[in-house]
Design a protein around this ligand. Structure first.
Ligand SMILES: Nc1ncnc2c1ncn2[C@@H]1O[C@H](COP(=O)(O)OP(=O)(O)OP(=O)(O)O)[C@@H](O)[C@H]1O
Length: 341
């Protein structure tokens, strides 16, 4: 279990994380979703004791990271997969990590097998592809067999095969009863990976909801309707206060109306009462972006930005910048304590 309460981080004039509260429960993958710069990495770094909050607390298994007796046995994290000594082999990298955390050597070969790196365990990690580096990072996160796992944009830059592998791996870890928090700026990826979503924008909580609910909101909202009496239908619907948009009307596509925030039942009955003939009446599965827009309208305005601008961040987000410092928890052991945090 991860519990974040009133978490706030200010970097000079930038409020990176703003009074954020949420819980991450065991047994399912929780997606931590937000556009680039929303504050996901900062939040994760505070949870992992790598950054000190300006206000608020982040607890893992009921304690701040710095108070954990065995950090690596409690929480594992994959922040930056390229954080390895390039001349070390995968096995010696993990052995060094295990030794400095009081974890028996035998666990190293177990985790190498878990992530499918046994055959290349003796090879220098510096020559690994991004996908292999991600697996090595995962092996490191799993060394202490922790119940809580955090992954920051784990599929960034991976090929489709690597993405599916990581996704299934995270789901398996959750199915074993672990608490899994995974950040992403991609709605579509999270819809496939996570069961629960914590959505943030500009450092603030926007939604804390199941993926199913999130998707349902999208599918409920839009109805497409065609009629030979399109103008009469449009007047009828707008008189009811509904938002109506005309679509199509090209040689390939007959004109239709898209009605927001209504149902096929309501529109069918209205049309029947007015004697309007319908040629098509279909509930449309809205995109996740539609659901996001619906869900965030007010909060987005609160931040003084348009929903479209925020969504633009989801669609055209540039590659993630590396985290600073690039140090996973437990490296070196009790480093947070030594730093006096
Ligand atoms: N060390 C730092 N010093 C100053 N500003 C920072 C620092 N780290 C993050 N920020 C700022 O805090 C805000 C949140 O950044 P953060 O990296 O947490 O967002 P994010 O959601 O993880 O996005 P990304 O996916 O791009 O990493 C941004 O405006 C960023 O520029």
């Amino acid at each position: 279990m991860i519990e974040v309460r009133g978490l706030t981080k200010r970097y000079g004039p930038t409020l990176a994380v703003d009074d954020l509260s949420f819980q991450v429960r065991p047994g399912s993958v929780t997606g931590f979703l937000g556009p680039n710069g929303a504050g996901k990495s900062t939040t994760m770094r505070m949870i992992l004791g790598l950054d000190r909050p300006t206000a608020g607390t982040a607890l893992i298994a009921g304690k701040p990271y710095r108070d954990l007796d065995h950090p690596l046995r409690t929480v594992g994290a994959l922040l930056d997969a390229k954080w390895v000594h390039p001349n070390r082999s995968a096995r010696s990298h993990l052995r060094w990590m295990a030794a400095s955390n009081g974890i028996p050597d035998s666990r190293v070969d177990e985790v190498l097998a878990l992530v499918g790196l046994t055959e290349v365990a003796g090879k220098k990690a510096g020559g690994f592809s991004l996908g292999m580096s991600q697996r090595l990072g995962l092996a490191g996160a799993l060394l202490g067999d922790p119940q809580v796992l955090l992954f920051d944009e784990p599929v960034n830059g991976l090929d489709p095969e690597g993405i599916v592998w990581i996704r299934k791996f995270m789901q398996r870890l959750a199915a074993e009863g672990r608490t899994v928090l995974v950040s992403s700026h991609l709605l579509s990826e999270m819809a496939l990976t996570a069961e629960h979503l914590v959505v943030i924008g500009r450092g603030r909580l926007i939604a804390d909801t199941s993926v199913r609910e999130f998707v349902d909101r999208a599918s409920e909202s839009v109805v497409r309707v065609r009629s030979p009496q399109l103008e009469a239908l449009r007047s009828l619907l707008t008189a009811q206060g509904l938002t109506v948009r005309e679509e199509g009307g090209t040689t390939h596509d007959k004109p239709s109306l898209t009605v927001l925030d209504s149902t096929t039942e309501a529109i069918g009955e209205l049309a029947a009462q007015s004697g309007i003939v319908l040629h098509e009446l279909a509930g449309q599965t809205g995109s996740l972006e539609d659901a996001f827009m619906k869900l965030t309208g007010d909060q987005v305005q609160y931040h003084g930005t348009g929903a479209a601008e925020l969504l633009e961040g989801f669609r055209t987000a540039p590659a993630q910048t590396p985290l600073q410092p690039q140090t996973p928890p437990g490296y070196p052991p009790a480093h947070a304590k030594e730093a006096g945090r």
